[in-house]
Design a protein around this ligand. Structure first.
Ligand code: DAH
Length: 342
């Protein structure tokens, strides 16, 4: 009987050590110590033994029971600790890391208008131009008067704008930078002035109250339309990466004489006619001309000695043509899905 008990103890402790689930441990407890368990069944035969043997076996069986129960409890604790350790190592996260970005890149991106502005700045600086800045809130003098647009000139109607209470205005064009350029430099000089401009305008797909231009001005001896054409062709070739056919039509702007509208051969249809060029084969791109003598005088430059050309390039139009954007209002919409595409 004694041997049987120690054998049961030995076997049970061995299988408890090998066990790796709490449910299996409970099963061992039932199989050995339960009502119909191995140990319980043997102890039923205790009644056939002598009183000394009964007491000896009784004590031994208690020791065996306790050791099995303790072994089961200890192994259970061990298993639970192992499970916890496993979870801790598998489910570990570094809370100091950034969260998952909502967009593929959260570094930001350059707005398409800024991209084209930078490109144009590079092209012109490589041709000896310097880049000038000017204020967005301008005086009437810089925006109109110095540009040969006196107070009651009808050309002011074309450029209605927002006025401040102290009679300044949101500049209607970057041409105001021309005047500042003439004040800052003495001829010969070449400047461009990129910037944001404003008009009091009913908005639609091709009109906005806020848009972007790059102004250009070159003053030197004997500047002619040929010089103007050369620089404009070079600019367009660099931007569109191909030779672009151009034509000049007369255009009226009080600050140039003669003034032109420069058209380019439609890049979409190659000139055969499409909806972009309204079947004409040409797209109006860039107003320009030779600087009016009155403007030179206002800028302190002697028109008998110096002459120059100027141009004003609309950046929104350029980006719209390049990407096939059909509504100018997208630029200001603040819709992140729009800017993310560039
Ligand atoms: N400032 C004119 C506008 O916004 C554009 C312009 C026309 C600029 C002719 C020029 C120029 O420099 O020579 O409508």
């Amino acid at each position: 009987m004694k041997n049987k008990l120690t054998l049961i103890q030995k076997n049970s402790l061995e299988s408890i050590q090998k066990c790796d689930s709490s449910a299996d441990l409970e099963q061992i407890r039932i199989d050995v110590l339960g009502r119909k368990g191995e140990l319980t069944t043997i102890l039923r035969t205790l009644k056939d033994l002598s009183p000394e043997e009964k007491s000896e076996i009784g004590k031994l069986s208690n020791v065996v029971k306790t050791s099995i129960n303790e072994a089961i409890d200890n192994r259970k604790d061990e298993i639970e600790r192992e499970i916890l350790q496993k979870r801790l190592s598998e489910e570990w996260i570094d809370v100091t890391l950034d969260g998952t970005p909502e967009f593929p890149s959260d570094n930001g991106f350059v707005h398409p208008l800024s991209q084209i502005q930078h490109e144009i700045e590079d092209i012109f600086t490589s041709m000896g131009f310097s880049v000038l800045d000017g204020p967005e809130v301008e005086t009437e003098y810089y925006n109109f008067e110095a540009l040969n647009i006196p107070k009651h000139h009808p050309a002011r109607d074309m450029q209605d704008t927002f006025w401040t209470e102290d009679n300044n205005l949101l500049r209607t064009h970057t041409s105001a930078i021309q005047v500042r350029g003439m004040e800052k430099n003495s001829p010969p000089f070449r400047v461009i002035g990129p910037g944001r401009v404003f008009r009091y305008e009913a908005t639609d797909a091709s009109h906005e109250n806020t848009f972007y231009q790059v102004e250009g001005m070159m003053i030197d001896k004997e500047i002619s339309v040929a010089n103007l054409i050369f620089f404009m062709k070079t600019l367009l070739k660099e931007i569109f990466k191909c030779d672009v056919k151009i034509r000049l039509r007369p255009g009226y702007f009080p600050f140039v004489e003669p003034g032109f509208e420069l058209d380019i051969n439609c890049l979409i249809c190659g000139g055969s006619g499409c909806s972009v060029c309204k079947q004409t084969g040409w797209v109006e791109l860039l107003p320009c001309g030779l600087v009016h003598p009155n403007v030179l005088k206002q800028g302190g430059i002697n028109p008998d000695e110096w002459s120059g050309f100027a141009f004003g390039l609309g950046l929104n139009r350029l980006v719209m043509m390049g990407y096939g954007i059909n509504d100018i209002r997208h630029f200001q919409s603040g819709d992140i899905r729009f800017v993310q595409q560039f």
